[in-house]
Design a protein around this ligand. Structure first.
Ligand SMILES: Nc1nc2c(ncn2[C@@H]2O[C@H](COP(=O)(O)OP(=O)(O)OP(=O)(O)O)[C@@H](O)[C@H]2O)c(=O)[nH]1
Ligand SMILES: [Mg+2]
Length: 326
């Protein structure tokens, strides 16, 4: 019998036995494989686990071929933007989603604890942004829906564990994303030809642990010019407000408010538009009739004076209030 299997192994094995879908089985088996010490005594067991991974991966692929798979990885977009947390096992993705949203994903001290995407809504000022916790991005199992989930997202959060070497983590994330043809971009778009460029913010988590300061400096000096980096402790709640604002900024959206003639603006419910949107885009977002019949609009906010008349092509700014005239 193989010796020295740690308790985490048995927990993963239990999850494997309880798993209902082939995807969940693959995840549990992968966890078992990663936890298992490598020595002669475990050779046979490793081979057995590998063959099971192959078997259940195939089963999940077959389900995809018959058209019913991928659903677990489809997350309907809600709120002002969809942000997906990408990271290695144990980086603290689930802890972060639990800290800033109403969702309660499984947080655990063993790797591969998250098995399917879990969305949650994060409040930022008067809007809500969707965060999606996903399993660790290590390319070893059949996850047919993952590439699409990431490609359709509005933004990625690259979540790192500051108690570990940041460079290895960043490079692994880049490699894994590259396999999915995704290039995370930070402050500027890449000039290389990439099929999918995705805006990303880097999150250095666990800044409460010893040695994290040094790793943060390393991260900042190596990637700071390229990416916005925020240092947080999801566990202790440090840095979360800064992170929320950075996410909002990188989503590149603006909030514009409607105002009916003679009334006050409705500042509760902003219309969310892409940065660079015009009065025309705003009218389109409100209603197609407004869009068709619009003669001009009056603007409060970024205009030269309150109530200024503006044309369809006028570019809007965050916080503008508009009254549409037809
Ligand atoms: N000290 C410290 N520990 C943290 C912090 N955030 C998460 N952890 C711990 O790190 C471990 C992993 O956290 P998770 O949130 O489950 O990690 P994950 O990235 O979701 O892991 P997978 O789902 O396996 O990919 C847990 O034991 C957490 O309590 C933090 O800010 N500081
Ligand atoms: Mg998790």
């Amino acid at each position: 019998m193989p010796a020295n299997l740690p308790p985490e192994y048995f927990r993963a094995e239990k999850r494997f036995r309880q798993a209902k879908t082939p995807e969940e089985k693959v995840e549990a088996l992968e966890a078992m494989l990663s936890i298992m010490p490598k020595h002669k005594g475990t050779d046979k067991l490793r081979a057995l686990v590998r063959s099971k991974i192959a078997k259940f991966s195939e089963e999940s692929q077959r389900k995809l071929a018959t058209g019913r798979r991928g659903d677990a990885y489809y997350v309907k977009k809600e709120g002002a933007g969809q942000v997906i947390l990408v990271g290695l096992p144990n980086a603290g993705k689930s802890q972060l989603v639990a800290a800033v949203t109403e969702a309660s994903p499984n947080v655990a001290d063993y790797p591969f604890s998250t098995q399917s995407p879990t969305p949650g809504m994060m409040n930022f000022e008067n809007i809500q942004i969707q965060l999606v916790d996903i399993p660790p991005i290590i390319d070893r199992s059949a996850r047919p829906g993952l590439p699409n989930l990431l490609r359709d997202a509005n933004m990625l959060l690259l979540v790192l564990d500051l108690s570990q070497d940041p460079e290895i983590q960043m490079e692994t994330l880049f490699e894994e994303l590259e396999k999915l043809k995704i290039k995370p971009v930070g402050r500027k778009e890449s000039t290389e030809q990439w099929i999918h460029q995705k805006k990303a913010v880097v999150v250095g988590n666990k800044d409460d642990v010893e040695g994290s300061g040094e790793n943060y400096s390393k991260l900042e000096s190596q990637y700071g010019a390229e990416f916005p980096i925020v240092s947080i402790s999801a566990k202790e709640g440090a840095g979360l407000e800064v992170l929320k604002r950075e996410i909002y900024r990188r989503l590149e959206i603006i909030r514009v408010y409607t105002k009916a003639p003679g009334r006050k603006a409705d500042l509760e419910k902003p219309v969310i538009l892409k940065r660079g949107s015009t009065v025309d885009d705003f009218a389109q977002a409100i209603h197609k009739d407004f869009h068709a019949k619009l003669k001009f609009a009056q603007l409060w906010g970024s205009g030269k004076f309150d109530g200024q008349k503006v044309k369809r092509e006028h570019i809007l700014e965050d916080g503008d209030v508009l009254e549409l005239r037809i």
